[in-house]
Design a protein around this ligand. Structure first.
Ligand SMILES: C[S@@+](CC[C@H](N)C(=O)[O-])C[C@H]1O[C@@H](n2cnc3c(N)ncnc32)[C@H](O)[C@@H]1O
Length: 305
């Protein structure tokens, strides 16, 4: 990823807000409403954008919310943002001693670092635990009624998905904004095909097993094989356009990171002069508020048990 990752995640939020499939989200909210104080695990939580979104729902559920990311700095920023968001939407919010809270798994393990625990009281009773470490390890250690992983599953191998969902005995698995192999820019450029194909090819890891660019469609069959019956699936494409002559919110920065990341990823796979010409054109178009971008994603929701 090229650029400031925290600023990129922040700029991504308005893009995600537009993209999320409302029908899938409604189904998720319905199931959360009817669960009694579920224990929710968010894998690859970043700055806790999904938890902040949930706090604003008019049917926000009582829950224990464990947000895990390998990057403790992202979670520390997420903690500040969560406190502010919770107070904005009518919660009393404070940081508390984690010893008083029941995480459902032991933090007494060098693989995990406790970043913060927040107690939120108001429209609902929510304890949020921010934990740095491998989310798949946390998933497999607990029993969860709900697992959320936004913009994350493309990073996993099928074995990783199996570990992730193994933490749910009976409950929901929600994988919103799962990349599904479509990256498009407009206006068209003669080198788009070469650059975009090479970019998608870089998303597999050395083992060749990572779900990568075809994560969304592969999960359509993999989740049921792992015992997750699909209940709702929808498209959640990212669409960024300079409407009215300017990009909304901080989406110009989002696009800058996307364009620079694509060019950087294909270095060594596409001729340098091709990359340079493509990147120079895309950067100029973005600066002139003329560049459009679409990425194909799927939202998947299913239940175990
Ligand atoms: C594309 S970002 C998405 C962040 C957040 N879900 C969002 O949509 O704003 C993927 C995140 O997964 C985290 N990550 C990658 N592998 C992980 C792992 N094995 N366990 C926990 N977090 C991981 C990264 O640090 C990064 O914050």
């Amino acid at each position: 990823m090229k650029g400031d990752f925290q600023q990129y995640l922040s700029a991504k939020e308005t893009v995600d807000d537009r993209a999320l499939d409302r029908r899938v989200l409604d189904r998720v909210r319905e199931d959360l409403r009817t669960s009694a104080s579920p224990r929710v695990l968010e894998a690859g939580a970043g700055t806790a954008a999904f938890c902040r979104r949930l706090l604003g729902w008019d049917d926000v559920p009582d829950c224990t919310y464990v947000a895990v990311d390998t990057d403790a700095d992202l979670l520390a920023t997420g903690c500040e943002l969560l406190l502010a968001r919770a107070q904005d939407v009518g919660f009393e919010a404070r940081v508390v001693d984690p010893a008083a809270a029941d995480l459902g798994f032991s933090l007494d393990n060098p693989e995990f670092t406790h970043v913060a625990t927040l107690r939120l009281r108001g429209p609902a009773r929510i304890d949020v635990h921010l934990v740095a470490g491998d989310a798949l390890g946390v998933a497999a250690r607990g029993t969860w009624e709900f697992i959320v992983a936004q913009a994350f599953a493309d990073l996993l191998t099928p074995g990783g998905v199996e570990r992730l969902v193994s933490g749910v005995d009976r409950g929901g698995v929600y994988l919103p904004i799962t990349f599904d192999g479509g990256t498009a820019f407009a206006p068209s450029h003669p080198d788009d095909g070469a650059v975009v194909d090479a970019y998608h090819a870089t998303m597999v890891d050395d083992s060749g097993e990572r779900l990568g660019a075809t994560a969304g469609r592969r999960l359509l069959t993999l989740l049921p094989e792992l015992g997750v019956g699909l209940d709702a699936v929808g498209g959640s494409d990212w669409v960024v356009s300079p409407l009215g002559g300017a990009y909304p919110a901080d989406e110009s920065y989002f696009l800058r990171v996307v364009v620079d990341t694509v060019a950087d990823a294909v270095d060594g796979h596409v001729a340098p002069e091709t990359i340079d010409a493509w990147l120079e054109t895309r950067r100029r178009e973005r600066e002139e508020n003329r560049l459009h971008f679409v990425a194909r994603n799927l939202d998947l929701y299913g239940r175990v048990g």
